[in-house]
Design a protein around this ligand. Structure first.
Ligand SMILES: [Zn+2]
Ligand SMILES: [Zn+2]
Length: 342
């Protein structure tokens, strides 16, 4: 037998085995355990390169196997005959690969952003950035080339939107990293860094949200016109609840809280010299010197910008936890608008 014959025979054998392993749900579960082990090893290897520890936020035990079964059931792979079954298996594996890239991105983002705000070795900056080489090249090489093959349009759109979402997340992470680094090492962005970060995250969040909506519409198209089924419907409801409804709710409440914090703090009275002296001229939020400050109704004084940031997260006094949800937080309940402090 020539080398070509051996290769062809082996390929045939692998195809036959894979075809048979997608024949029943029980076989799919067997295959899923193998997928789980392989992607678990892959993820562990990548996390090792990135320098992530096992307790890192975002690291989950390999959920790939579970996803593999769901995708198989959703696409009804067991009932498909001929070479289409292997094609579908390939499509599901590509989706799974992009899903795993999203998992890696979540962990990498934590490491990259931590490196930008803490004093760490250069390696801790470089190592978690290595996967981004894949995140940015994969959509332009693999995903783009898939469009040349006769895959279903809906799948091509889904994989492209899913990869685009990954690129948006990656761009957000790397840009925030650069803004943080610029802020730490230069004096240009001192006052504005919070605003820049807020608006930047808001724009990226909206783009990600648009990808989520697109994926939902694409899923709905597949459900109504290509392949329905209860599993797909459940997956769509989960996607809608977790990636669209929850995201929209979180985004809106962040925006409202920030908006109200800005409005409230702008109305506060400036602190008097005696009030500053009581605090030893130190801001209780940032521990930096205070030459100018604002005073809230419990008579505690803070830097205006520090208090704005604080109230954007929680509406309580950082020192005495007094409720600061009301509109008028000034100690005197008159309507004099204080001069804004520069
Ligand atoms: Zn401060
Ligand atoms: Zn207080």
């Amino acid at each position: 037998m020539s080398q070509d014959d051996i290769f062809n025979t082996l390929t045939m054998l692998v195809k036959e085995v894979l075809f048979a392993m997608c024949g029943t749900i029980l076989c799919i579960m067997g295959l899923a355990s193998m997928v789980s082990i392989i992607s678990g090893l892959g993820l562990r290897f990548v996390f090792g390169i990135m320098g992530a520890h096992d307790d890192e936020e975002g690291i989950q035990p390999a959920v790939s196997g579970f996803l593999f079964v769901l995708l198989a059931m959703q696409t009804g792979i067991t009932s498909i005959t001929g070479s289409n079954r292997l094609m579908l298996l390939f499509q599901n594996c590509v989706l799974l690969f992009v899903a795993n890239q999203h998992v890696v991105q979540t962990v990498a983002a934590n490491l990259v952003l931590r490196a930008s705000t803490e004093e760490v070795a250069v390696a801790n900056h470089v190592r978690p950035m290595l996967p981004y080489l894949v995140f940015f090249t994969f959509p332009f090489t693999v995903v783009a080339s898939l469009w040349h093959y006769p895959f279903r349009m809906s799948w091509l759109l889904a994989i492209s939107a899913f990869s685009l979402e990954l690129m948006i997340k990656s761009t957000t992470t790397l840009s925030i990293y650069m803004i943080n680094m610029f802020h730490t090492h230069t004096n240009y962005l001192q006052e504005n860094v919070e605003d820049i970060l807020f608006y930047f995250k808001a724009v990226c969040g909206c783009l990600e949200f648009a990808c989520g909506i697109f994926l939902l519409l694409n899923g709905a198209y597949i459900f109504f016109f290509e392949s329905g089924g209860i599993i797909r419907l459940v997956m769509m409801i989960i996607h809608f609840y977790c990636n669209i409804y929850q995201t929209a709710l979180k985004g809106w409440s962040t925006y409202k809280l920030r908006q109200s914090a800005w409005e409230k703090v702008n109305k506060l009275q400036p602190a008097s010299q005696e009030q500053l002296d009581e605090n030893d001229d130190i801001c209780p939020i940032c521990y930096q010197e205070m030459t100018e400050a604002v005073v809230v109704k419990c008579s505690h004084v803070f830097h205006k910008a520090c208090l704005q940031k604080w109230l954007s997260i929680q509406e309580k006094c950082p020192l005495c936890h007094m409720d600061l949800t009301e509109d008028n937080l000034s100690p005197q309940s008159n309507n004099n608008i204080a001069q804004p402090i520069r």
